[in-house]
Design a protein around this ligand. Structure first.
Ligand SMILES: [Ca+2]
Ligand SMILES: [Ca+2]
Length: 353
């Protein structure tokens, strides 16, 4: 009968205690698979979670993705199948496996389920091979990401069947992401590049369509005609997160190579309480406030003023740096569109090379 609720007063205890015992044994009967990136069949980055995910170079990078499946049970297995499903971002390419009997097997990719599958045909019911305890299957594929790529997650699953017909499985994941930042410095007398409104960002394109406004060469230098030629002229920067991950620690370094420098006290950036660093040798540094975040696709503007003398020339360049923030994940471990935060609430910087 089902457990009934007792409603009433305190029970009156007897002196008799009843008891019973039982035993329970457990043993590991699961196969094991590890997936990560590496070289020559050796895994370097296991990258099981997004927090220790592999960070790809913003210029673009291809890494070898490796799966190593081991029969970690005590018995030979049949019906060996490996799958690799991409749950976020682009999928790896060209999956092939080296099997313990020395043969190799090429993976088959199903576009709709974003799944690679490899079967060890010789281990089917009527096959000639068994996957013996301790033997490994090594598979490789290639994943390419660049600074504009969506964060990536894939899960490798291995499945096999014991002689008694019990299915044994193992799985492991691989996480990777990248990020990128862009700065355009231009003549602030003209209109700003279009960046749109919340939720409908237009990424400013580099270089600007108007070469004279971008002023990237002496031939296209911004020319200040009288009467403003020796007055204060606006110079502007637009900084954009051109990646799919959040950025923090955004810092701008503007270095004057020739002529008068932009007035450091005039530099203002429209991103949460940024600060101007000490000016050294014509180098102006501006840093965003600690913890300030720049969303994927978002831009902000900075402005300074340049005062030139008569028949003067000004040349400078600007560099922007930023730290990629680890993408937050949902309950299944796939990346959400939010930045991961540390327990203290600050953005969690990506650390894995
Ligand atoms: Ca892994
Ligand atoms: Ca420019």
């Amino acid at each position: 009968m089902p457990y009934p609720e007792f409603v009433g007063g305190e029970p009156v205890r007897s002196r008799l205690v009843v008891s019973n015992e039982d035993r329970f044994y457990a043993q590991t009967s699961e196969v094991n698979v590890v997936t990560g990136d590496g070289r020559n069949g050796e895994i370097v980055n296991d990258a099981d979670t997004m927090i220790n995910g592999a960070v790809y170079a913003s210029r673009g990078e291809t890494r070898q993705i490796i799966f190593i499946a081991t029969n970690s049970t005590r018995e030979p297995l049949r019906g060996v199948v490996l799958t690799n499903v991409t749950t976020a971002g682009t999928a790896p390419l060209g999956l092939a496996c080296l099997l313990p009997d020395g043969s190799s097997s090429t993976g088959v990719y199903d576009e709709s389920s974003r799944t690679w599958a490899v079967r060890w045909d010789a281990t089917t019911e009527t096959g000639t091979a068994m996957w013996d305890p301790g033997e490994t299957i090594t598979c490789t594929s290639e994943l390419t990401l660049d600074g504009g790529s969506d964060p990536h997650r894939d899960v490798t699953h291995v499945s096999a069947v014991t002689v008694k017909g019990e299915v044994t499985t193992g799985d492991n994941s691989y996480n990777a992401f990248s990020g990128n930042v862009q700065v355009i410095k231009y003549d602030g007398r003209g209109p700003d590049p279009e960046i749109g409104e919340d939720g409908a960002w237009v990424t400013p394109t580099k270089p600007l369509a108007d070469g004279r406004q971008d002023a990237n060469t002496m031939n296209q230098a911004a020319t200040y005609e009288p009467p403003s030629s020796t007055g204060a002229n606006a110079v502007r920067w637009v900084v954009t997160n051109t990646g799919k991950t959040w950025l923090t620690d955004v810092s701008i370094t503007d270095v004057t190579e020739t002529g008068p420098m932009i007035d450091p006290n005039s530099v203002v950036c429209a991103l949460q309480n940024g600060t101007l660093g000490t000016v050294v040798d014509g180098s102006i540094t501006w840093s965003a406030a600690t913890g300030a975040l720049l969303a994927p696709g978002a831009s902000f503007f900075c402005q300074g003023t340049l005062v030139m003398g008569e028949a003067d020339v000004h040349v400078d360049h600007v560099e922007v740096t930023a730290t990629i923030v680890v993408p937050a994940v949902d309950r299944e471990g796939s990346p959400s569109d939010e930045p991961q935060r540390s327990p203290g609430g600050s953005p969690l910087p990506a650390v894995n090379p």
